[in-house]
Design a protein around this ligand. Structure first.
Ligand SMILES: Nc1ncnc2c1ncn2[C@@H]1O[C@H](COP(=O)(O)OP(=O)(O)OP(=O)(O)O)[C@@H](O)[C@H]1O
Ligand SMILES: [Mg+2]
Length: 492
């Protein structure tokens, strides 16, 4: 577990680093210290030795020499031996007590006889503790006559170095404890945010982009946290965009499917619509040709039916023609100055009897001083009649009201409200489409082809205006349109 977490690794690294540094330091320091100490002592010994040689230069009585060497050796805490040319002890301090004439075997001697001052450190066969030894040649008339050897125990420095090593061991223990404490605190500032980010990334993978990282440091970890938050924000936006695009696409496809269905319905309906008047016309004209009518009146009645059905056919065909021209943009508007108020009044006059005969109320509310607009009078009349006839066809009782006013965008608006059957919510968007008929069962009797509103929309839009509808099923509908005042640009 310790090994797997970042903090564990950090801890191991710190401890290893501290240990390696301390071990190197301990070796380096002790050898430095040793070298310094030994070179200091050997320099001292050499100095003392050279002075001693001057003192005993003339002396060759072993007893006097022994006395002097003992006294001096005591002072400087060292053993002193004088060895003659052949390697025999001439005198020795009393503490060591080598007898005169004792053959002193030592590697340094031969080198010292060659004239060099030799220092050496380590075990010597005559002593059981490590010694620092110095061999100094004594010159008489330019020749080496005797060697002065001095041995000083080196135990005290070993003690110093040992205590220094202990100090380093204690420091190592303290360093490990400190490393543990530091790791613990680092785990708060380093490991926790990482774990938090890990959690956030897992949440993102599950599709939850609201899980934010709350790291607020200015270092790389904080930067990573901020990037992660940014990433989740961007992903969230992108996914939202994609899903709304998808929803839009689905809506469009659905609309297209509905329109396609309407087209198919239209073909079926139109053929039915056409067949009814055509078979009536065929039947009644046959009757006239075959002279089936009993009298002139009856013949007249047949001819009237033929006339009415022909008119219906003609109306249907001209609607179809209109729509195809309007929707391909292949037509021109005959623009004049139109007074919308008086146009509405003239339509009201024409339709008043029809509406009243149906037992409906008929009202108009026209704002005072409506500005005149540039528009195609006949087309505008066609729009109003289409809307009014729709209202008539779908209203059994109540009233019909036409209102005209100027809105806050300085457009002239006309609304035709009825208290009829209304339009189902799901059909509201589709009523403006060609061939759409909300109530398919009834439409055949009414004779409509579902083209009226598509024509209305095309005409209004050609004038640079727009159309709308509000409706509540069972309560009635309001169809309206707005036209810009004196906006010549929009006119084709
Ligand atoms: N005032 C209204 N109240 C209720 N439904 C309406 C109203 N106006 C239109 N509708 C619905 O919208 C459909 C489309 O109307 P539209 O005028 O385009 O066609 P139509 O009247 O059926 O035939 P036509 O081509 O003869 O006008 C209608 O069939 C009807 O279902
Ligand atoms: Mg209609």
């Amino acid at each position: 577990m310790l090994n797997k977490s970042v903090i564990g690794k950090l801890w191991v690294s710190i401890v290893l680093l501290v240990l390696v540094v301390l071990i190197l330091l301990s070796f380096g320091l002790s050898s430095l210290l040793e070298n310094f100490y030994y070179s200091q002592i050997s320099a001292d010994l050499i100095n003392t030795g050279q002075e001693l040689i001057e003192i005993i230069r003339a002396e060759d009585d072993p007893r006097d020499l022994t006395y002097e060497l003992t006294l001096l050796g005591h002072f400087i805490d060292a053993h002193i031996i004088i060895v003659d040319k052949k390697g025999f002890v001439q005198a020795c301090d009393a503490m060591l007590g080598l007898p005169t004439g004792y053959f002193f075997k030592s590697d340094e001697l031969s080198k010292a006889f060659a004239g060099e001052i030799i220092t050496k450190r380590g075990h010597h066969q005559h002593f059981d503790v490590p010694m620092l030894s110095v061999a100094i040649p004594e010159y008489i008339d330019g020749k080496v006559e005797r060697i002065l050897m001095m041995f000083k125990p080196v135990a005290p420095i070993t003690n110093t170095i040992n205590s220094m090593r202990w100090l380093i061991v204690y420091s190592a223990i303290i360093a490990v404890i400190l490393a543990t404490i530091i790791s613990f605190f680092l785990s708060r500032t380093l490991s926790r945010p990482l774990l938090q980010m890990n959690e956030a990334a897992n949440e993102m993978a599950k599709g939850n982009f609201d899980h934010k990282v709350t790291v607020q440091t200015n270092d790389e970890v904080g930067l990573l946290g901020a990037s992660l938050n940014n990433l989740s924000e961007q992903l969230k936006n992108k996914i939202n965009e994609l899903s709304s695009e998808k929803a839009k696409l689905e809506k469009v496809l659905e609309k297209e499917r509905a329109i396609e269905q309407m087209r198919r319905d239209f073909i079926t309906n139109v053929s039915h619509e056409l067949r009814t008047p055509l078979s009536l016309i065929q039947g009644y004209s046959e009757a006239i040709i075959d002279d089936i009518a009993h009298d002139k009146d009856e013949q007249n009645r047949y001819a009237k039916i033929i006339y009415k059905e022909t008119a219906r056919l003609k109306n249907m065909v001209s609607e179809l023609f209109d729509i195809s021209r309007l929707q391909t943009g292949n037509f021109t508007l005959a623009i004049t100055m139109v007074d919308v108020g008086s146009l509405i009044n003239s339509i009201k006059e024409k339709y008043e009897t029809v509406v009243l005969n149906k037992g409906l109320g008929f009202e108009t509310r026209i704002e005072d001083a409506l500005p005149k607009i540039n528009a195609d009078y006949d087309r505008l009349q066609q729009v109003l009649i289409n809307l009014l006839e729709n209202a008539l066809n779908h209203t059994a009782e109540g009233r019909i009201e036409i209102a005209a006013y100027v809105n806050n965008k300085q457009q002239i608006c006309v609304e035709i409200a009825d208290s009829g059957c209304g339009i189902p919510r799901e059909d509201l968007e589709l009523v403006w489409e060609r061939f759409h008929k909300a109530d398919k069962s009834r439409s055949r009797n009414k004779g409509g082809a579902g083209l009226g509103l598509a024509i209305v929309k095309s005409i209004i839009e050609a004038h640079g205006g727009n159309v709308w509808v509000r409706s509540q099923e069972g309560e009635g509908s309001v169809f309206g349109f707005c036209l810009p005042v004196n906006d010549n640009k929009a006119i084709i």
